[in-house]
Design a protein around this ligand. Structure first.
Ligand code: AGP
Length: 609
């Protein structure tokens, strides 16, 4: 995710403070950096592609004049990671500078409206519409103060934002505002700071003022004023002292990145639902015209592909073939041809096996599409079309938020294809789109209500010698993912296979007390899963069930269960049903004194074959 920072100092230059504060936000992941300050009624700017130290070496980020300024570390979502797309962005006159973290959903129509007014845009970003909107409002309403113009501009924005803006029209004022993306103030004796995250100013002060959704802040030498964006009404909010170390602050108070990222999933899923229409349309055009589609990935990303194959088939009647990237060349290397399409899924975009499979298919003229969390990665550079999952950087080695964001994008693609191919009615489309929109809240409830219970269950089974993970239908993918999570961070040998396969061999492994985890979504497979559970119980297995809330049929036969809110169709179940499995794996690792963020023998990006 991008990082924003702004400050107004009583004494001293702002740019060295902004530079060092942006360094503290590096953990958020980024590909470019920029700073703008105001001095003597003029705006000074330095920005570039690359890491902060590189850009600083080339441009010297410390020597911009002035005691007021804003800065930004950019994690590319719209527009490649290039200097021209880095923040701060400006209006036509160069008198307004803005930095932004989030996604402006309606930026295309705003951009067109502003271009029709004669505004000239230089970047491909969604952010650039903000300074031009402010400029247009200030031109329309010359009696408006800078903060009023910012407030009016923000009312036109749809989507998520944390933004900070300065202007040489009113050089001693910094305005910032929030909708969904995080924003917090720091108050010190020498200045007031606004930032995406506490670590940015923690070395300067531990006096903080949290900013809530729909609030705008005006920072001047006199202090800070918080207003409601909606009606401009003032909000009184005193500073709070936080007792965090800087290491705790980077994890926002969570003990590990993995649990922080599990809790980030509702916000990530909201962002993933804000993909640009034309990317989804372009993608589905390519998929629609393919004669054969291979879904190629490794590890967790492969499980997302496995789930996607059910969605593409059930919704769009489109057959797709999930393939482990490391096996792709052996299995299909010779049969791939110009009519083949490869949809490669990789959160890092650098996994060597996946890249190798894609390059091999490309050499046989196949069409390459990709889904990745890392814009600018190798995979994005070799793909015909790619979509970013907007999950923000994932620090924990175990994939969590990137898995559910991958599934969300693939579900949106399956739905778009179903529409395009005329396979489902408008009513069904409305229902399914309504389901997707509900998922962030469903996941939020699941995380918050099941965490403590997952910890109890983890304590009960942490010393098991082996665990089974079973599912039917699309939950086979969820079961596979739950197994991988447990193996990779708790180091407990685990077995996963479609529940229907048990009687074809694996059931011979069942012994008294062996824990078997069933993923039991409420769909056509529900009845059969119950008989699979009974099969295992009859042989002494302990049943841990991931169920829909108040699924009493299964509650009665399970030894333990974790619940997901009611109302999610089986076709989208991998997203919410993965959450209890992520929590279980996390707490099992803690029970066994393993570091869930950096499991042994593993790397976040496997760049070797
Ligand atoms: C998942 O928790 C693991 N980190 C691993 O299996 C990972 O999914 C796999 O290496 C693929 O990585 P990618 O998505 O970056 O290609």
């Amino acid at each position: 995710m991008c990082g924003i920072f702004g400050c107004l100092l009583s004494n001293g230059n702002a740019s060295p403070v902004i530079h060092s504060s942006l360094k503290k936000l590096e953990y958020r992941g980024y590909d470019s950096v920029g700073i703008a300050t105001i001095f003597d009624g003029k705006i000074f700017l330095k920005k570039g592609q690359g890491k902060i130290d590189e850009v600083h070496k080339n441009l010297n980020l410390d020597d911009l004049p002035g005691n007021i300024g804003i800065g930004h570390t950019r994690w590319a979502t719209h527009g490649a990671p290039l200097q021209i797309n880095s923040h701060p962005h400006f209006d036509c006159t160069g008198k307004i500078a803005v930095v932004h973290n989030g996604i402006i959903e309606n930026f295309s129509e705003l951009k067109l409206e502003l271009q029709n007014l004669g505004h000239i845009f230089v970047s491909k970003t969604d952010t650039e519409v903000i300074p031009h909107l402010i400029e247009a409002i200030m031109k329309d309403k010359p009696d408006f103060s800078f903060e009023n113009a910012v407030q009016e501009a923000i009312k036109r924005l749809e989507g998520s934002f944390a933004l900070a803006a300065i202007s040489s029209h009113e050089p001693s004022k910094l305005v910032c505002a929030r909708n969904e993306s995080p924003l917090i103030l720091g108050i010190s004796d020498n200045g007031i700071y606004c930032a995406s995250d506490i670590p940015a100013f923690l070395p300067l002060t531990n006096k903080t003022v949290p900013i809530n959704n729909g609030e705008l802040v005006i920072i001047t030498a006199k202090g800070y004023q918080i207003k409601k964006i909606r009606d401009g009404s003032l909000i009184e909010r005193a500073p709070e002292i936080i007792e965090w170390t800087s290491e705790m602050a980077v994890k926002q108070g969570y003990p590990h990145f993995m649990i922080k990222e599990i809790y980030e999933q509702p916000e990530v899923l909201r962002n993933t639902l804000r993909l640009q229409d034309h990317y989804l349309d372009l993608f589905s055009t390519f998929l629609d015209r393919s004669t054969e589609i291979f879904l190629v990935a490794c590890g967790t990303s492969y499980h997302a592909c496995l789930a996607a194959s059910y969605m593409f088939s059930k919704l769009a009647f489109l057959p797709t073939y999930p393939v482990y990237a490391s096996e792709f060349i052996e299995q299909y290397g010779k049969s791939v041809n110009i009519d083949s399409t490869i949809l490669a899924v990789s959160q890092s975009g650098e996994t060597a096996d996946t890249i190798a499979a894609v390059v091999s298919a490309q050499q046989r003229a196949a069409t390459i599409l990709s889904l990745t969390n890392t814009i600018g990665s190798t995979l994005t550079r070799i793909s015909r079309v790619y979509i970013g999952t907007q999950a923000g950087p994932e620090i924990g080695v175990a994939a969590t938020k990137t898995f559910t964001s991958q599934i969300s994008v693939l579900a949106q693609l399956a739905l778009r294809l179903a529409k395009r191919r005329g396979k489902i009615s408008q009513d069904e489309i409305d229902t399914l789109e309504g389901q997707l929109a509900k998922l962030p809240d469903i996941v939020d409830t699941t995380v918050k209500t099941q965490d403590a219970k997952a910890k109890q269950i983890a304590h009960k089974y942490a010393n098991s010698k082996v665990l089974f993970f079973l599912g039917r239908g699309i939950s086979t993918a969820t079961a596979f993912e739950g197994r991988l999570k447990l193996m990779e961070i708790a180091y407990i040998p685990s077995v996963a296979f479609p529940a229907g396969e048990s009687k074809h061999g694996p059931i011979s492994l069942i012994e008294n007390g062996l824990p078997v985890i069933f993923v039991c979504q409420k769909d056509d497979t529900h009845k059969t899963v119950i008989s699979n559970i009974m099969e295992m119980k009859a042989r002494g297995a302990k049943i841990i069930a991931i169920i829909e809330k108040d699924d009493n049929e299964i509650k009665e036969i399970a030894d333990d269960y974790l619940e997901v809110p009611q109302g999610i169709l089986g076709i989208f179940s991998p997203i919410p049903y993965a959450i209890p499995l992520q929590l279980l794996a996390y707490h099992m690792a803690i029970e066994l004194n393993h570091d869930p963020d950096m499991p042994r023998n593993l790397a976040k990006s496997v760049t070797v074959k």
